[in-house]
Design a protein around this ligand. Structure first.
Ligand SMILES: [Zn+2]
Length: 319
């Protein structure tokens, strides 16, 4: 693939060597720059909004001159109460940005030399931050739609006589979900998780602007679209692209997500699947950015995201 963007030097603008050579102080400066972009990284009191503060350099904290409030660069963000060094957090973001199909949490914990659950929660917090950017987004123009099943695999018994009909609801795990995706041509990708492909209809209607043209496969439940949108259908038993009808972009997203889930994460609990789907969509739309830009964008989202409602410290909040 001569000339492919991902093979070019332009795709690589940050590396782990650079992160660690820069050290803790440089990583800290980068966190500040992305937390307070409006002041160029100068701390802003989260309590009263004052720009004047003392630095408590030994603890990398700040004290507001106006109200006396002590705060850090991560106070009130998704990284609030962090225990990891800034340099390790930055390294984690770079490792995750470099992995087009994600990284298993065991691998990340080995790379960072931290506990498995630390890596797990860190990656989930970043996914939560990324999801923020998807909220309220809509698609228009030509939009491809597709859905695919994830999870709920039932392992067949060893002996044939012990095997059950896995198509019957009673023999399923109840953990199977559908990832439905709507992908605007030359535009954004939005994905969601539903219990059945047919449930994807309401999702598509909520994210696709009226007047858009839909592209869907021959599955009968998509027939409902014709009442609301101009809809092209492609019958995959005949062709993948015919007379302007094609869902290849939507399918390539699902294929990539399947490789992410199947190849790296292995078991994704149904309650977390939407986070993986959102992250994959976010990444898909930014696949032509350099790894440095991807890392910065992700960190900026984390710095703009309030304290997680799902993840406390380094483990899941009790609900
Ligand atoms: Zn203050």
């Amino acid at each position: 693939m001569p000339g492919h963007f991902l093979l070019s030097a332009a795709a690589r603008t940050i590396g782990l060597r650079q992160v660690y050579a820069g050290g803790e102080q440089k990583a800290f400066e980068q966190f500040k720059k992305l937390r307070w972009p409006e002041t160029g990284g100068k701390p802003v009191c989260p309590r009263c909004g004052s720009f004047e503060s003392y630095d408590i350099a030994t603890r990398r904290k700040h004290k507001c001159k106006a109200c006396g409030h002590q705060f850090s660069v991560t106070s009130g963000t998704i990284f609030a109460g962090r225990k990891m060094a800034f340099v390790d957090l930055l390294a984690a973001i770079v490792i995750l940005a470099n992995a087009a199909k994600g990284v298993s949490m065991l691998q990340l914990s080995r790379d960072l030399d931290c506990q498995y659950k630390t890596a797990f929660v860190l990656a989930h917090k970043l996914r939560e931050a990324v999801s923020l950017e998807i909220k309220g987004a809509t698609l228009s123009g030509t939009v491809e739609v597709d859905g695919a099943y994830f999870g709920g695999y039932v392992r067949p018994a060893n002996l044939k006589e012990n095997r059950v009909d896995r198509r019957l609801a009673g023999n399923r795990t109840g953990k199977r979900r559908v990832v439905a995706v709507a992908r605007e041509r030359q535009g954004r990708t939005i994905a969601t998780v539903t219990k059945s492909e047919a449930d994807g209809i309401a999702f598509v209607e909520s994210v696709v602007a009226p007047g858009s043209i839909l592209q869907a496969d021959e599955a009968a439940h998509w027939d409902a679209f014709h009442a609301k949108f101009k809809t092209h259908r492609i019958n995959h038993s005949q062709a993948y692209s015919l007379n302007g009808a094609c869902t290849n972009q939507a399918e390539s997203f699902l294929a990539r997500l399947r490789r992410t889930v199947g190849g790296q994460h292995r078991r994704v609990a149904p309650q977390y699947l939407h986070q993986f789907a959102h992250e994959a969509a976010w990444k898909e739309d930014r696949r032509r950015l350099s790894n440095g830009e991807l890392s910065s964008k992700k960190l900026a989202l984390a710095m703009a995201h309030p304290v997680s409602r799902v993840w406390a410290g380094y483990w899941q909040r009790a609900v």
